[in-house]
Ligand binder design. Sequence first.
Ligand code: AMP
Ligand code: ZN
Length: 478
Amino acid sequence: MTLNVYNTLTRSIEEFIPFHGKKVNMYVCGPTVYDHCHLGHARSYVSFDVIRKYLIYRGYDVNYISNITDVDDKVINRARETGEDPFVLSRKFTESFIEDMETLSVLAPDTQPKVTEHIPEIIETVGTLIENGTAYVTHKGNVYYDLTKSMDKIGILSHQTVEGLMEGSGNRIDVENDKSYQLDFVLWKSASENEPGWESPWGWGRPGWHIECSFMSMKYGSEQLDIHGGGMDLIFPHHEAEIHQSESCSGEHPFSKYWLHNGFLTIHKEKMSKSLGNFFTIKEVLSKFSPGTIRFFIVYTQYRSTIDFSEETLKEAGRARKRLLNTISNVKHALKKAHEDGNDNGLTDLISETRDAFINSMDDDFNTREAIGNLFVFSRKINSIITSEKPGRLSLEKILEFYSEINEVLGILTEDEKPASEDVANGLSEEDITEMIGLREKAREEKDWAKSDAIRDNLKEKGIFIEDRKDGIRWKRM
Ligand code: AMP
Ligand code: ZN
């Protein structure tokens, strides 16, 4: 089985073959920290977290780098609005971002460099581009990359023509009148002395946005990355700019062998973003939904597809995840009474088939949707085997180990430390209720009265009342 990934550079699915055997240098663009991060950011970082963890699962040695843009026009403007020191403000939101990522079980990057801690080296990198003739200084003290020196690479990642890019170039391209060519992008931005900045050979100023990623990825990764990732909105100009800068500095091509881009998280079909004001911060969503539900909501879609956000779809994600967690707790319950030398009931084969199916789906450009679909089928089979047969301890333990193995990659099966309000609300689907009633029946058959009462009380708390009648069980919502 080979791992295949969609490469934006070639617009095709390719077999994943890193430059150096099992070593993978992976760089993912980090956030600009001028506010709390929203669910769209979570979509990007959770998606790449799964990709990183799957590569580790497949035996790769991954060096994962993701930067923090802690100085930028947005940071400075926000600080002006709030009256805070820009560096205090960006530190506060860096901490907020790191906290959100931890809560969502996103593994911390191996290196998470901040722009403000690398200014002298970034200035040096800009200097290298001026010396080799691919950048120029203007009378205003700005430094621009000179795209006329690498015209052949314009559109290399966006697959657009120069004319097409010119027309759409208002988007995240600085429109300055001291540029010699409209698509040239800024490497060093001059600033007035009352603005935050640093001294440089070109006067007081600060780095442009793109140069930090070229520098950080080369310093902490390699001149040639195996994977570069980010959201689709970064393809142009940001990622194309990185290619021009990095390849000009190193003389190596390609700067990154594979370019992976996550799809958007939308709300009413529009990209969730700060600038459109249609966002929910991760913290806001966490006040209503558990981290596990949020993660499931993101991972249950393949990373390149769009996810449309609504409270209802999040609730649905919570219910679907609970079905998997219920199976795990069924297995744990069965384990308490299992015989040491009990039967395997085909479980070892079922686990091995499901593992193959998981790898197959994930090898297909990290198709988490299909991988989780297989997990539902597996879990239904497990529920039925443990109710109708009585598998032995060893086989039940293997099931739990298998769930942990999957969870190492997807991170969707970790029990929440405390119930989120979604769990307390009367948000149970019919399927959940039927499943809980089934569990209560099983407990009654086994004369586990404490468990059967606990399930009934639990349901009652959620407004579901059970009636034991001669002709069977009835339930109703209050
Ligand atoms: P920014 O701080 O805006 O540069 O965003 C940081 C990362 O989050 C980038 O890779 C963006 O593409 C990604 N991102 C921002 N908003 C969304 C969204 N609504 N859906 C998916 N990814 C997003
Ligand atoms: Zn970047």
